[in-house]
Ligand binder design. Structure first.
Ligand code: 5GP
Length: 114
């Protein structure tokens, strides 16, 4: 875990509402939720963004998606549905340079996104 904001949350140096944790992944509620349920799923390894992921990260990336599945189930989102989003770089809307999956649900989400 590096010195990123999310690395510091994973180390409990910064408080967050943590909802799920495994050896490789941590999930916590977004500080500025865009839906009734808005949870960030983050690999403990500091990968800055999906464009910077390496082939050797394949297993970890799979675990990240499966953790999103587990959190969606835990939060009761599977019946109504949910969305997972990864923002990459300036045009993608990335603001924290530590890879994370947004899990959004609890309301009807618009498509296409803005
Ligand atoms: P990005 O814009 O990089 O895709 O997403 C970063 C997300 O991190 C944003 O949705 C933002 O609200 C959230 N965020 C930023 N700072 C904090 C924080 O200190 N704690 C938590 N829980 N979420 C944060």
């Amino acid at each position: 875990m590096g010195e990123t904001l999310f690395g510091r949350i994973a180390r409990r140096e910064i408080a967050a509402d943590i909802v799920h944790e495994t050896e490789d992944v941590i999930a916590f509620r977004d500080i500025s939720p865009q839906a009734p349920e808005h949870i960030l799923i983050v690999p403990k390894k500091t990968i800055p963004r999906i464009a910077a992921a390496q082939d050797e990260d394949a297993l970890l990336l799979g675990k990240l998606l499966l953790a999103a599945r587990d959190v969606a189930a835990k939060e009761g989102l599977c019946e109504g549905g949910f969305r997972i989003v990864i923002n990459n770089g300036r045009d993608g809307g990335e603001t924290v340079p530590h890879l994370h999956v947004h899990l959004l649900g609890g309301r009807q989400l618009a498509w296409p996104p803005g």
